[in-house]
Design a binder for this molecule. Structure first.
Ligand code: MRU
Length: 341
């Protein structure tokens, strides 16, 4: 098993340390949070990002809430923890892992009749540990599909930074790299530059070389014939296999189909939203226009506006394989995805 080189989240026993991903790769700094409001803010402002990491952070946020509010004598602590769960749920809308994790923590709260601290911490730590285990499993299953592959293109950051450790799509890439020489191309991933700032940095921490490309170079790269697979993560997968991921993923899937390149989505089953039949039901986060606009257009009287959706949905028919810790679905369909439930 590979060692974990980068950790985006560390539980200290009394606080959650969050690696501030907005500062990478220039500054590697952890912020320490001791309440749920701080964790919710860290998620909303993308200090911590990536679907599984968001879910894990939120779970520890519930633990922090209980540490703060639980009292054997006061009887209103449950309402205060519920309010914090609500606050955490509002931090970002698209990654279903956030809601899956909060549901699991709420279920634990519902079961305990007295001091909830031990049970809540055990649940958060299990969510964290299960995610790492799932990533290692997916790494092997995904790498099995890559025999003979010479070039892989990935998008956004799906590595240890975005998860409990090792990564989803980047975990598959790590596992494949150990088995065979394979060249990794990373999209810079506008506008937040998760590829340029995080993915190539993370790979370099492991001694894995990579080539960064502008998002707009992807078609030309595929046309050159040097890429066999596009491998990406997901923030929410519908029961029919439609997959929401970082904006730009859909364009890559269309380009991959045009150029005969295979397209793999790697995500733990905590990313599957069993309650929705198709990607049309996925809420797509739109972030503030100022994340995209040059500052000279920030004024209220500016004639220039920006549209900033940060996810898109790739239809299942453009996906060659969905890799989960419970197995691989080739040419995903509702029947295939439901077989994992
Ligand atoms: O906006 P972000 O950086 O949180 O978006 C992250 C992604 O889109 C990832 O590809 C996805 O969460 C999968 S991470 C294992």
């Amino acid at each position: 098993m590979n060692k974990l080189t980068v950790q985006s989240l560390q539980w200290t026993g009394t606080a959650l340390k969050v690696l501030d991903q907005r500062q990478l790769p220039d500054i590697c700094r952890y912020d320490e949070y001791s309440d749920a409001a701080g964790v919710a803010e860290a998620i909303a402002t993308m200090r911590v990002r990536g679907a599984p990491a968001i879910g894990i952070a939120a779970a520890y946020g519930v633990v922090l809430s209980a540490y703060r509010h639980y009292s054997a004598t006061a009887d209103n602590w449950r309402q205060q923890v519920a309010a914090d769960i609500d606050r955490l749920a509002k931090s970002r809308p698209t990654a279903v892992n956030l809601f899956t994790a909060l549901d699991r923590m709420s279920a634990v709260l519902g079961l305990v009749s007295a001091d909830p601290l031990v049970a809540l911490l055990a649940c958060a730590e299990k969510i964290h540990a299960d995610d790492i285990a799932a990533n290692y499993k997916m790494g092997e299953l995904g790498a099995d599909l890559l025999t003979g592959a010479k070039g892989i293109l990935t998008h956004c950051n799906t590595g240890a930074l975005a998860t409990g450790g090792y990564g989803t799509a980047l975990g598959v890439i790590r596992s494949a790299y150990q088995r065979q020489p394979v060249h990794i191309y990373a999209d810079e991933t506008r506008p937040w530059l998760q590829g340029a700032r995080l993915t190539v940095w993370e790979l370099a921490q492991d001694g894995i070389p990579s080539t960064l490309i502008a998002d707009s170079a992807a078609a030309w790269l595929m046309k050159s014939g040097t890429v066999d697979w596009v491998i990406v993560g997901a923030d929410r997968i519908a029961a029919n296999g439609d997959s929401a991921n970082k904006i730009g993923t859909y364009s890559l899937a269309v380009l991959a189909r045009q150029h005969g390149v295979k397209f793999m989505v790697v995500a733990p089953t905590t990313t599957i939203d069993w309650t929705i039949d198709s990607g049309a039901q996925i809420a797509i986060e739109e972030r503030h226009q100022n994340e995209l606009l040059p500052a000279c257009y920030f004024g209220a009287d500016s004639l220039v506006r920006a549209w900033n959706p940060v996810f898109d949905v790739t239809p299942a028919e453009l996906i060659s394989a969905i890799v989960t810790e419970r197995g691989v679905i080739l040419n995903p369909s509702t029947q295939g995805v439901r077989s994992l439930q």
